[in-house]
Design a protein around this ligand. Structure first.
Ligand code: IFM
Length: 443
């Protein structure tokens, strides 16, 4: 039997985001976010669900963190709700919002759980959207003000910071296809401008975090990458899969990691390329401490000379319809390191949705499919480490079943089941499996 043992200092964590779990949307002086508005529009979110209660984590974080402690979780990645801090987007600073995250960070530290904070996980203050949102360059300035305040308040205790979570989703799903808030379907020029402003916000966030914290902090972007698995491990298939990775991720990663937009893609846009100011790319490409990768599946398999091949309709998939392709983590880590020379990768999200149900008389939800998914994906992380690739942590998505954006509460990603009527939490077998893995440093 092969044992997958991880380095002693490997960070084992789990992740959530504010709008997906907090609820308490009218509590503590919080302002509206674009997701409050979007979820009210008929037909935008499955079943008419919204995040007004979610897991009610806003009121239950102490007991939730007790549970995290019992599950041996060493690091917790959460996001800060921008409209709790600046309910009107700019100007009036809501002390109650800052106090909430102060208490939340202290509650984690009391349990020896390392807090890692994301500044932007899609809940833009509605007040900023009313002034153009990410289409408007002023939103970058507002983000910088918000980042400075949060950094100066929490930076003495929070040492790991993620600037923007998955800019691709905020840009493409929010402004191109419109399936996420604010639900826009913009012209090419406008949505490319949105992507540029999100990258600028990342750069401004890095600067703010470094300038406002008295002791060193670790800072990076979180990118949901597109990957194709080489069909075989021949040099030709690997080279084609690497080129697929470069092409698919370059629009967002090359500015951050190499200080330029990919010339071929820029030229193809012509007059629709975004307007950029002198110094923008320098701000965007400031050196970071790591790159966060969120990854759930590959697009498929890549064959030399054939490119990406579509998967069969009967290929094994999760409840979300995403194919189960465990090698995706290994290839994403390897490609990003080989192409852009990244010196530390953190897997900031990985997990799966399955229709987990409580069975009368059983203390846990039996989610063998998730255990199998995690085990197979972690083998890829282990392979990367054993080949000397720099990977320092893994955050399972997600701690709790939660509000899965346009899918509402219909897709369960948690290692802990949440009954959305009673709000009762019930650990799934995957949580016990993960707790054991953490205590043993491997499986
Ligand atoms: O729930 C989301 C999360 O907010 C961002 N990454 C993907 C997850 C699953 O869809």
């Amino acid at each position: 039997m092969h044992r997958y043992q991880f380095p002693k200092n490997f960070v084992w964590g789990t992740a959530t985001s504010s709008y997906q779990i907090e609820g308490g949307v009218d509590a503590g002086g919080r302002g509206a976010s674009i997701w409050d508005t979007f979820a009210r529009i008929e037909g935008k979110v499955f079943n008419g669900d919204d995040g007004s209660v979610a897991c009610d984590h806003y009121h239950r974080y102490e007991e939730d963190f007790d549970l995290l402690g019992k599950l041996n979780i060493r690091a917790y990645r959460f996001s800060i709700s921008w409209p709790r801090i600046y309910p009107e987007g700019r100007g009036w600073l809501n002390q109650q919002g800052l106090d909430f995250y102060d208490r939340l960070v202290d509650a984690l530290l009391q349990r020896n759980i390392v807090p890692s904070a994301t500044l932007y996980h899609w809940d833009l203050p509605q007040a900023l959207e009313d002034r153009g949102g990410w289409r408007n360059r002023d939103t970058v300035k507002a983000f910088e003000e918000y980042a400075r305040i949060v950094a100066s308040r929490l930076g003495d205790r929070v040492k790991n910071w993620f600037t923007v979570n998955e800019p691709w989703c905020a840009w493409w799903l929010g402004h191109k296809t419109g399936v996420h808030a604010p639900g826009a379907q913009e012209a090419e020029k406008v949505h490319r401008q949105v992507s540029h402003h999100l990258l600028l916000a990342h750069g401004a966030g890095v600067l703010a975090l470094r300038e406002e914290t008295s002791s060193p902090v670790r800072v990076g972007l979180v990118h949901n990458c597109a990957v194709g698995i080489p069909f075989t491990e021949s040099d030709e298939d690997i080279a084609e899969s690497r080129e697929y990775f470069r092409r698919e991720n370059a629009w967002l990663l090359q500015p951050v990691l190499a200080g330029s937009y990919p010339q071929d893609q820029w030229d193809a846009l012509g007059a629709d390329a975004p307007d950029i100011h002198p110094g923008d790319l320098r701000l965007i490409s400031q050196p970071c401490d790591f790159l966060g990768l969120n990854l759930y599946n590959a697009h498929g398999f890549v064959r030399a000379g054939e490119g990406m091949r579509p998967l069969e309709s009967w290929f094994p998939r999760t409840d979300f319809g995403w194919p189960v392709t465990p090698e995706c983590l290994y290839w994403a880590i390897r490609h990003v390191v080989e192409i852009w020379d990244v010196n530390d990768v953190i897997v900031t999200e990985n997990g799966c949705a399955y229709p987990d149900e409580i069975t009368e008389g059983l203390p846990h939800v039996e989610d063998y499919a998730r255990v199998q998914y995690l085990r197979e994906h972690l083998k890829g992380v282990h392979r990367a480490i054993s080949e000397g690739l720099p990977v320092s942590g893994y955050y399972l998505w997600s701690f709790l079943d939660n509000f899965e954006w346009a899918e509402g509460y219909s897709k369960r990603f948690g290692m802990v089941h949440v009954d959305f009527e009673s709000l009762k939490r019930t650990p799934k077998l995957s949580a016990l499996w993960y707790a054991r893995l953490i205590s043993q440093g491997g499986f």
